[in-house]
Every structure is written in structure tokens, then in C-alpha cells.
Ligand binder design. Structure first.
Ligand code: FEO
Ligand code: CA
Ligand code: CA
Ligand code: CA
Length: 550
């Protein structure tokens, strides 16, 4: 059976029928509380940003080895924003090419980045704690250090410190209780790279673009405060338990449109981080640390991502190719200045030939169908990757692949792969985005059909975006890869950042960009969560109900 069958077929819930209702619809018996919505006060003059994406739940006692499921910190990415509702900008699709005011840009800089918020489960349900000492906002103005080979290099204009973070899509948690936050569509704000004339380029070519490229997000209307494009497209690490800590962008993880960062430990204690580049025909990477994780050795663990090596996946041979400037002459021969330059332009480095002497050589990294989230299976160590779609290849529904590292060692140089589940009308989901494993090894998948294509044409039968559960173990008559729809998103929204408490009894979800298709504030296409007469607001919810024990 599949999503939409309506039978009671899941191990603990009845699968939903797809729906286009303007509501967060959950499987029977489950209910949600809205914890925080776009613009809510966090106390101390801070407010919650817009377009919440990746979520991580950190038990408040985690640094002492605890696992509280009723008191913790939520990390929330704020990926981008709706200029119509968040900054009173009346040209949401860039049609009239209206410039933004400095005031609008400053508000938008405060809408992105991420947040730490204290959350508690009381008798009456989940609440967030306004004014809690851990509450923190990181936005497009927060100073951050740059680590690794790009630090101070010419590729980043000599910068050792950069200004803020933006386009924070997915992320990851480290075994030492820090959060990784990934800058994805950074090119929309200050550009993709600095052109030869010193001006930013919004695409990947030297051609200057028209104003209307990325017109809804670009911040160059405030030229005095414009930042170099090379300072974005990184992954930053932050310690949510130390509100005064300075976030660090780790250049060893490369500069690209990072969807996420999935962290795992090798048998020898080295740290491996998988990250996908969410752009048509771009690659999957992994970082392997030089140092080893040692439980309790907090100071040295905090430096594990500052030294190691970055690899790119060649699916034609099942090889992880090192992007090592010293070891491989192809980078110097193609105009890269040093390791920092390779990491700053890593998508160009990955496109170089694996064998420069062979005209027909494969590139170092295989172009993929838009890699979204990656998660490591908690028991098997297999690496699950959501490839959301690639219209250029006629791949409209996407698929989830799983990679198996040689000897199940994440530091391996070789891997195999297979398709785990394919999107489409038969399976009931399309455009997989974020992934999460629960304690029963079920894979949770949320979908991101773009709001402009949803409920139309080949996407009609899927209705709104949703959250789905796919068992990975054969158990109780349920086959691996079967698909059960658990939740359906409000109009034009996607569901992002699924995160469970350690006891498995609460599922946090971020409802991102409801009503994104609205062309005016008077006629929003969604009024979730406030209901008729209100503006749509991205919100984080806590879902409770008959979840199985972890
Ligand atoms: Fe921001 Fe690739 O999703
Ligand atoms: Ca995503
Ligand atoms: Ca995930
Ligand atoms: Ca998305």
C-alpha cells in the first residue's frame, strides 16, 4: 500500500490522503502546538526570524550526558524571508524592479540566520521560554570567524572574520553538542562571486546580470554595507550552550550551496561530515577530520572541523576524490592559487577532469539531481541522500539513494550505491528534501515541490507538500521503502527540519513559507496559522500523540 490508500497500514498511524487544505493536517490522534512564529519576541529585544528551516533539539542536560525530553534548546535555521509580509516590500517577485530601502534591508538582515530558543514541556503542553538566558539570534550581521585554508587567503579578500550568515537551509548536530548551519542559496543576496571588474555576479558566469535576477532578496541597494560574495556559501558551527560564543565558518567543508551537514564518527574516532550541493548537476562531498573525537575533551573537539580533507563523490567509479591542492596538480594547472582557493571555488574544482590526460575523462565529482538532505542510518551507517529533482534530466519527482561505504567505514575511499525509494505517483511523494531517522530506523521525508508548481500539472495528485514515513527495516509486514503520509502542509508551504525528542514522544516541525505565492498582502494565498483575516507566518510546531516509545 502507499500514501493515499487511506488504509490503516503504518506501524503506528493511519496514512493521510493527500490534501490541498490550508492547514497543517496530521494523522489521526496527533495534534500540534505553535511554539514560535515569524517575528515573535524572544525577549531582550530579539525576535524570531522568518522562514524557519532546519531544527535541532538539544536536551538541556546534554553537555552533562543527559537526554531530557521535556526541557531543551531548539536550534532553528531562518533560511530566507517573504519580503511582502516581513519587510513591507511590495514587489515580491521583482516585477517592477523596485529598489529596497535601507530600512527594509536592515529588517531583512535580521530575518535570516538562526535562533537558539529554550523550550519546555509543561503540564499544559510545550511552550518556549521568552527571555531565557540561552535565547539567542544569529543574523546577517553577527561577526563570525573563518577557519581552515581559506582563512586570510586571497580567495576571500584576506578575511579572517566575516559578517553574518544567510540562506541557512539544513544543518547538523555534532557529537560534542554544537550545531552546524548551512548557507545554501547565498548567491541571491550579495552574489555568487566577485567578477573581474570587482562587481558581484549573481550567476556562475562572468556575464553581468539584469537587476531582476534575485531582485527579491538582493541587498546591493545598500552598497555601503555590501559584503563580498566569497564570505557566504559556507557551513558555520555554533555552541548553543554558550550564548557568548562566536560562530565559526569552517572552510574545510567547502563553499557551495550547502543543503545540510550530516556528521558521523569513524571507528577510529575521526569525524566525517557529508554535505550536498543543492543545485542542478552539482555534487556530494564529505569532509574527514585529521583529529579524533574524544568524549569529554571539549576544547579539542571544538577544533575538529578546522583541519582535515574534503572529498567529492564520483558515482561512475564509486570513488571519493580528494580536493587536495598539494597532491593533485590539476588544481594548480587550472588556475587555482592554493587550497583556500580550491575550497572557495570548490564546485569549479569538482568539475575538473579526474584524468587530465584523457579528453573523455569523467569530472572529479559526478553531477547529481540536486542533492538535498543527507542522513546517516543510525545502525547500518548507510548514507541516505535526497535527490529532489532535476528537470534538465527529466527527473521530476526525485529519489532517495543510499550509499554504502567500503567496510562501512565513513572515511573509506570507495563506496557503492542504490536507489532506496523513488518519488512519483505510485509512491505518493515528490521532491524529497529533509530527512530524519527515528528510533525504529524509519526514514522521515519531507517534500519540497516548489510553491509555483504545486497542485498543478504532473504534481497535481500529490496536493500540498507533506511529511512521510518510510520504514528501512522489514518488520511486521511493512516493506522497506513503503511510503506513509503523516502530515500535510498549509498552502504553498513546505515542512522542514523534522526533529524528535530523545524519548520519541515529540516531533518538532518547521512550517516554512505558507502563502509564499501571495502577490499582495490583501489577498494572501494562506492564512495559516492565524486563520482568516491574518497574514501567513512561518512557524515551529511541537507535535504530540501516540508515537512509539524510542
Ligand atoms: Fe533550502 Fe535545498 O533546500
Ligand atoms: Ca532544504
Ligand atoms: Ca535532516
Ligand atoms: Ca526547501
Amino acid at each position: 500500500s502507499s500514501a493515499g490508500s487511506g488504509e490503516s497500514c503504518g506501524p503506528f498511524f493511519s496514512a493521510l490522503e493527500p490534501t490541498d487544505a490550508d492547514d497543517l493536517v496530521l494523522a489521526e490522534g496527533f495534534s500540534y502546538t505553535v511554539l514560535l512564529s515569524s517575528g515573535d519576541s524572544l525577549g531582550d529585544g530579539m525576535s524570531f526570524g522568518d522562514h524557519n528551516d532546519y531544527l535541532a533539539y538539544l536536551p538541556i542536560d546534554a553537555p552533562e550526558g543527559g537526554a531530557s525530553s521535556t526541557d531543551g534548546l531548539l536550534w532553528v535555521n531562518h533560511e530566507y524571508l517573504n519580503p511582502l509580509f516581513f519587510s513591507d516590500y511590495d514587489d515580491p517577485f521583482g516585477a517592477s524592479k523596485t529598489e529596497k530601502t535601507k530600512e527594509q534591508i536592515d529588517r531583512e538582515k535580521g530575518a535570516v540566520g538562526g535562533a537558539v530558543v529554550r523550550v519546555r514541556r509543561e503540564e499544559s503542553g510545550w511552550t518556549f521560554v521568552e527571555g531565557d538566558g540561552y535565547n539567542r539570534r544569529i543574523d546577517a550581521t553577527t561577526p563570525m570567524d573563518l577557519t581552515g585554508p581559506a582563512r586570510g587567503s586571497e580567495a576571500v579578500m584576506g578575511a579572517t572574520e566575516v559578517t553574518g550568515s544567510l540562506a541557512n537551509c539544513g544543518g547538523g548536530l555534532t557529537p560534542w553538542n554544537t550545531v552546524l548551519s548551512c548557507e545554501e542559496n547565498f548567491q541571491d543576496y550579495y552574489g555568487q562571486f566577485t567578477g573581474e571588474d570587482g562587481e558581484p555576479r549573481f550567476g556562475t558566469t562572468e556575464e553581468p546580470e539584469d537587476f531582476d535576477i534575485a531582485a527579491t532578496y538582493r541587498w546591493l541597494d545598500d552598497p555601503e554595507n555590501a559584503q563580498p560574495p566569497e564570505h557566504y556559501g559556507w557551513v558555520f558551527e555554533v555552541d548553543p550552550f554558550d550564548p557568548a560564543s562566536k560562530p565559526r565558518k569552517h572552510s574545510w567543508l567547502g563553499r557551495l550551496r550547502h543543503e545540510n551537514a550530516a556528521v558521523t564518527l569513524a571507528p577510529d574516532g575521526r569525524v566525517v561530515v557529508y554535505t550536498g550541493h543543492d543545485e542542478v548537476d552539482q555534487c556530494i562531498y564529505k569532509f574527514v577530520s585529521s583529529g579524533k573525537f574524544e568524549p569529554g575533551a571539549r576544547e579539542s573537539n571544538l577544533d575538529l572541523l578546522t583541519d582535515g580533507m574534503l572529498y567529492v563523490a564520483d558515482f561512475s567509479t564509486g570513488t571519493w576524490n580528494a580536493l587536495d591542492f598539494e597532491a593533485n596538480p590539476v588544481f594548480r594547472d587550472n588556475g587555482f592559487a592554493d587550497q583556500g582557493d580550491v575550497l572557495t571555488r570548490v564546485y569549479e574544482a569538482a568539475a575538473l577532469p579526474a584524468d587530465p590526460s584523457d579528453d573523455d575523462s569523467q569530472p572529479l565529482g559526478t553531477p547529481m539531481d540536486r542533492c538535498e538532505d543527507i542522513e546517516v542510518h543510525p545502525e547500518t551507517g548507510q548514507v541516505y541522500c535526497a535527490l529532489t529533482n532535476n528537470e534538465a534530466h527529466g527527473n521530476f519527482y526525485g529519489q532517495i539513494i543510499r550509499m554504502t561505504e567500503e567496510n562501512n567505514d565513513p572515511t573509506a575511499g570507495k563506496f557503492t550505491f542504490e536507489v532506496f525509494a523513488a518519488g512519483g505517483p505510485q509512491t505518493g511523494f515528490a521532491a524529497p528534501d529533509n530527512l530524519m531517522f527515528d528510533a525504529q530506523n524509519n526514514l522521515w521525508v519531507v517534500t519540497d515541490m516548489s510553491s509555483s508548481a504545486m497542485n498543478e500539472g504532473i504534481y497535481t495528485s500529490f496536493r500540498n507538500n507533506g511529511a512521510f514515513m518510510l520504514p528501512t527495516d522489514v518488520d511486521g509486514g511493512i516493506s522497506a521503502g513503503e511510503v506513509f503520509q503523516f502530515a500535510s502542509a498549509p498552502v504553498a508551504a513546505e515542512l522542514t527540519g523534522p526533529a524528535l525528542t530523545p524519548d520519541g514522544q515529540t516531533l518538532f516541525l518547521a512550517v516554512q513559507h505558507p502563502g509564499e505565492t501571495s502577490k499582495s498582502r490583501d489577498e494572501p494565498t494562506s492564512t495559516w496559522p492565524g486563520g482568516p483575516g491574518t497574514a501567513p507566518r512561518s512557524s515551529v510546531v511541537a507535535i504530540t500523540g501516540p508515537f512509539p516509545a524510542a
